[in-house]
Design a protein around this ligand. Sequence first.
Ligand code: ADP
Ligand code: F6P
Length: 322
Amino acid sequence: MKKIKKIGILTSGGDAPGMNAAIRSVVRTGIHYGYEMYGIYHGYDGLVSGEIEKLEARDVSGILQKGGTKLKTSRCPAFLEKDTRDIARSMCKVFGIDVVVVIGGDGSYRGALALANEGLPVVCIPGTIDNDIGCTDYTIGFDTALNTVQDAIDKIRDTAYSHERCYVIEVMGRNAGYIALNNGIAGGADAILIPEEPFNINDVIKIIIEGRNRGKDDFTIIVAEGVKNAQDICALIEENTGIISRYTILGYVQRGGSPSAYDRVMASRMGDLAIKTINQNNLNKIISLKNNQLVAQDIDEALKMTKTIDKEMLEVAKILSI
Ligand code: ADP
Ligand code: F6P
């Protein structure tokens, strides 16, 4: 087996707070173990075009507490084509890169799996605010996003209380409801609408009417972006309940900001394990959190795994919103 000397690192897909902490950890742990570390800019785009530079320990100073990603990121549709990935693999040969660490979501993992199958070893670290990757209980950025959303919900609830209105708050999550479910509970929502559960506007209207009959004056409805747009839901609520209703789409604010302590620690530990895994010649792995333990799983097996929303959390939210 060829001795690994040079390791590349890239971030891909939607950025997430804590990606920088993971980059810092991978680079410094890599240097600690004697590897040469290379930053690949703009995700898979940069792997194809050769936007690659050597990173020293000091190059990742001052980024631990910063949101976004120092290495920039991209969506690179061309990477679905083998011809494009062939260029990426050739580029790695040019720079002498033996392994690429990919920080991103499950789309980025599929790109990494294709590279692995075609002969370029990879190790992946989960980075997305959505927490929607089947093989891991946690993805870097999720905790920070929850705290950002929480701050927004708390502020909106102040005005909902004062005006006795209904607020519909749309949160991110692509096709998953993890952000909505957690912030719905933490924010005391009257209803939480997630893609994993069938959506019926009449159920929401009933919750609001019954709540009003029990003496509630204001309402908070959390909707995950994968359900239906907040504006339409808001209009239907106002039309059918007579309660003045407003909507807020939190949008990209959820992806930014200084990572929480939890995200920094998780990113640092995952980066460390990624390098230790490479150091043991364990390649084509995904670093995951499973039952509170960090593990390195085979990428092809890991990508087949699914995870499901804890429906009991919906029940908790329902009981607590009486
Ligand atoms: P995320 O990694 O956050 O889920 P995307 O789904 O946008 O974000 O994926 C990021 C990038 O990963 C895509 O722009 C593309 O370059 C690459 N990618 C996604 N799916 C595949 C695939 N099936 N084959 C090869 N590359 C892929
Ligand atoms: O995956 C992170 C995420 O922010 C999702 O929650 C959202 O659906 C998507 O990315 C938005 O992507 P874009 O930056 O391409 O608009």
